[in-house]
Design a protein around this ligand. Structure first.
Ligand SMILES: Nc1ncnc2c1ncn2[C@@H]1O[C@H](COP(=O)(O)OP(=O)(O)OP(=O)(O)O)[C@@H](O)[C@H]1O
Length: 482
């Protein structure tokens, strides 16, 4: 059984509500392609559920194209994209039809951990001869500029409330729902231009049986927990196996979180004790499978966990509970979120202590208790240890409170200043010695130079007199022979 968003997804451009100008642009673009003009690829940019993917599919259908749709932000898809686009550029589809390539969520590849993603998509765009439509919620991130440069950006606005209302009316009629126009208007307004959300809300409320203005006005905030509320309502309201198993299809939460949500909300929805007992029995079995999935890394068991959690819990009730139930965020998760910062800090401190003492963080816990009591009884020693473990003031505040932490850090800072002062004095003294040493060095050099000079001039003198002596000697010999 299909979800209503799929069941009522427009097949042709004519069925797509609103967006008239965009439809014309798209038609011209694909006709240019057919004529071989090779226009730039198109990026459809808009908020979730405004109809980007629907527009692309409807266009393909209207012009007899087959569609290849891939999620661009999924790294694992990248090789497949290149391969498919590679073949698609040279051949038609197996049915002999032209191919339109849809690359979904291109804005999902802008993360720093996936910096090559954009250039890979650019390569794909360059290679492909088939028309490509990219979709994105936000294309104005700087990392996506190269894509904007090579594509034509078409902004798809949110769907107008009146248009949404018209779609909801049509669906309500086809599903034989007993609902008045005012209630549908509340649902339409609440969706904030997200037609998918509006259809999901209508479907979820219909599962509850009764839809009226009072119930519609209690719809959970769309901006926050969007799909998990839908999933809860579908699982807890339906008594159909296949509807229940589809409930998590568009849900971005992991199974462990869904489990917490169900544990919190089963008693809110189910009234009979036997139903609650059975539902928790299935949930606990799902938990066992889930535990084994993570422990043994055996992902084949995942589907059992998922089915027990969805269909198991759904079929645990004898019959549907009619009426609206206000689901709430799991208290366990609220508590964990509230204490998250504190737990993170504690982890950091234990890691620091463990690194210095070469012990596990379990053992470091005992050391931390000891450190606390030292700080309470001997501030000086406590300060020394805190400095040694390199614990920051904010971290210390978490374990001994603000007052004690600030006293400890007063001591640490005072010591730091003293050390700095000592360091400066030492540096000054060292500089003085250095200068003195340099001066004596210079004097030494000067003296050596003087001595050298003296020796040189003495040497010259003796040489002169020696030469003179030799001359006189030679003269005497000459004179002698004469
Ligand atoms: N203009 C529309 N006319 C009729 N139905 C629409 C329209 N826009 C959206 N819908 C409905 O909402 C559903 C979701 O639309 P679609 O998948 O096209 O949204 P999207 O803009 O691609 O969202 P996302 O960014 O989350 O992928 C469709 O299956 C269809 O049922």
């Amino acid at each position: 059984m299909l979800e209503w968003v799929e069941k009522y997804r427009p097949k042709t451009l004519k069925e797509v509500a609103g967006h008239n100008e965009i439809k014309e642009k798209l038609k011209k673009w694909i006709e240019d392609h057919i004529k071989g003009k090779n226009p730039k690829p198109i990026i459809l940019v808009g908020n979730p559920g405004c109809g980007k993917t629907t527009l692309a599919h409807a266009l393909a259908r209207d012009y007899g194209f087959d569609v290849i749709e891939l999620n661009a932000s999924d790294k694992r898809n990248r090789a497949a994209i290149r391969q498919i686009v590679g073949t698609a550029s040279t051949s038609k589809s197996l049915t002999g039809k032209n191919i339109l390539i849809i690359l979904d969520e291109v804005d999902g590849i802008s993360g720093t951990e996936d910096s090559g993603g954009v250039s890979e998509i650019l390569k794909v765009i360059k290679e492909a001869k088939n028309p490509i439509i990219l979709t994105a919620n936000d294309i104005y991130k700087p990392t996506l500029k190269p894509l904007r440069d090579v594509c034509e950006v078409i902004n798809v606005p949110n769907v107008h409330t009146n248009t949404i209302l018209a779609v909801l009316k049509r669906i309500a009629k086809k599903e034989n729902l007993d609902v008045d126009e005012k209630t549908l208007k509340i649902i339409a307004k609440h969706s904030g231009g997200d037609l998918r959300a509006a259809i999901n809300d209508l479907e979820a409320l219909a599962l509850g049986g009764k839809i009226n203005q009072e119930i519609a006005s209690h719809l959970p905030d769309r901006d926050t927990e969007r799909t998990i509320f839908d999933a809860m309502r579908i699982i807890l309201k339906t008594t159909h196996y296949d509807i229940a198993t589809m409930a998590l299809m568009n849900c971005s939460e992991d199974l462990q979180t869904v489990e917490e949500w169900l544990a919190e909300n089963i008693p809110k929805e189910y009234k009979k004790l036997e139903d609650i007992e059975r539902a928790f029995d299935y949930l606990s079995k799902a938990d066992i499978f889930l535990g084994r999935v993570y422990k043994r890394q055996y992902f084949g068991l995942w589907r059992f966990a998922s089915s027990l959690m969805t269909a198991g819990v759904a079929l645990a009730k004898d019959e549907k509970y009619r009426g609206f139930t206000k689901y709430s965020y799991p208290s366990v998760l609220t508590l964990l979120t509230r204490t998250k910062a504190k737990r993170e800090t504690l982890k950091k401190i234990l890691k620091k202590i463990g690194e210095k003492t070469h012990t596990s963080s379990k053992r470091a816990r005992d050391d931390l208790e000891l450190l606390k009591s030292i700080i309470e009884n001997n501030l000086e020693m406590g300060a020394e240890l805190v400095e040694y473990f390199e614990i920051t003031k904010e971290e210390l505040e978490n374990i001994v409170g603000k007052k004690l932490a600030s006293e400890v850090f007063k001591i640490i800072n005072k010591k730091k200043k003293e050390k700095e002062k000592e360091k400066k004095i030492k540096e000054k003294a060292e500089k003085k010695i250095e200068v003195e040493q340099k001066e004596t060095e210079e004097i030494k050099v000067e003296k050596i130079e003087e001595v050298k000079e003296e020796k040189k001039s003495k040497g010259k003198k003796t040489k002169k007199s020696e030469k003179k002596e030799e001359k006189t000697k030679q003269l005497t010999l000459e004179a002698f022979f004469k």
